[in-house]
Design a protein around this ligand. Structure first.
Ligand code: TXA
Ligand code: MG
Length: 332
């Protein structure tokens, strides 16, 4: 790895989700190393958010081309609120959804500990209190905000189990805390509360309907050139991309394609597919979100040149699923 100052072993150890594993992961993070850990959405690639050298190691490990702003993770609402300036809607959203798969972009508190590199020099800060018990225990033990993008190589499919992290990053990071499969499976919903109506920057684990129920209205959709919406990785047109081409809303399968199914309906030509996986036979969008990234990885491993995806409804978590699939399908 191109950072001789970091403590990266040749093979990345997998730490057990027990007191010893947590203590080791926390000690590594406090020493400036990069450690992957489970959240309820996807595995995060964590580093001490107060230490720019540690944060720089995240970008090096991911081979992320640019210094995009990262989410700072905190163990509880009180410690998160101390890092930013929360207006009424921001506070209502925090109270309703933290801990949980919501990220709030708010003005950075003048005394924030989150370093400039983690914020990409912006006057705002992205904050999240994850619900995963291991993440919360780890964050409590570290005692500092932890910056964490998804623990995959830049542009690749997000990891929902420790083996995905190791597939992409073994030998490049200090450790992965193994918490098994992540239950939600798509990243957090990102909402900007920077004065004026809250804006939905990225659909995710908290649905639009759930936001509406708390805000009393739909979140605003930012314009493409919105100044508060930096072209972060999860917002690039091509992202979450498997090696195979991805073809959306497929109603007919061509010979040799891999197919990603949803529900009990089989598209025409289904029997000619070289591989098939069902996100949810029952048509359950939560189940589908939890399986999405693992299914993309497995169909990619089939070697098919194209993954055809049947239509998935846009309601509920379907909005986030369709968002990720559209980015996986975008021209590269
Ligand atoms: O579920 C998740 O959010 C996962 C887990 C690990 O917590 N993390 C994650 O991080 O998805 P990442 O880096 O892949 O996505 C962070 C998103 C990006 O789209 C970024 O542009 C946006 O948050 N973001 C961060 N800081 C921002 C800021 N100050 N203003 C606007 N957007 C910001
Ligand atoms: Mg990501």
């Amino acid at each position: 790895m191109n950072d001789p100052g970091s403590t990266v072993p040749a093979a990345t150890p997998r730490l057990d989700p027990d007191a010893a594993g947590l203590a080791e992961a926390a000690a590594l993070l406090r020493s400036g190393a990069v450690v992957a850990f489970p959240t309820e959405t996807v595995y995060g690639l964590g580093a001490d958010a107060t230490d720019a050298t540690a944060v720089a190691r995240i970008f090096a490990a991911k081979e992320r081309p640019r210094f995009n702003p990262l989410i700072a993770h905190l163990p509880d609402t009180d410690s998160a609120v101390a890092e930013g300036v929360f207006d009424g809607p921001a506070r209502r959203l925090a109270d309703a959804f933290w801990p949980g798969p919501l990220t709030l972009v708010v003005p950075a508190h003048p005394g924030t500990r989150v370093c400039g590199l983690a914020r990409a020099g912006l006057p705002s800060v992205a904050l999240r209190v994850p619900a995963h018990p291991l993440a919360r225990a780890l964050l409590s033990e570290v005692g500092r905000p932890v910056a964490a993008p998804s623990a995959n190589r830049s542009g690749r499919v997000s990891p929902t189990r420790a083996s995905h992290v190791l597939d992409d990053l073994a030998g490049r990071i200090a450790a992965v805390l193994d918490g098994g499969d992540t239950p939600v499976g798509v990243e957090s919903t990102v909402v900007a509360c920077l004065g004026g109506p809250p804006r939905l920057l990225r659909p995710g684990g908290i649905t639009r309907a759930a936001l509406r129920a708390v805000l009393g209205h739909d979140p605003a959709t930012p314009a493409a050139a919105d100044a508060d919406r930096p072209a972060g990785p999860g917002m690039l047109a091509s992202h979450y991309a498997p090696r195979a081409r991805v073809r959306l809303d497929a109603t007919r399968i061509a010979p040799g394609e891999a197919v990603l199914l949803f529900g009990a309906h089989h598209p025409e030509g289904y029997d000619r597919a070289c591989a098939a996986l069902n996100l949810s036979l029952a048509g359950d969008l939560e189940e589908a979100a939890a399986r999405l990234f693992e299914a993309l990885r497995r169909l990619d491993a089939s070697g098919a040149a194209t993954i055809a995806v049947v239509p998935i409804p846009a309601e509920g978590l379907g909005e986030a699923i369709r968002d990720r699939l559209a980015r996986a399908a975008a021209p590269r």
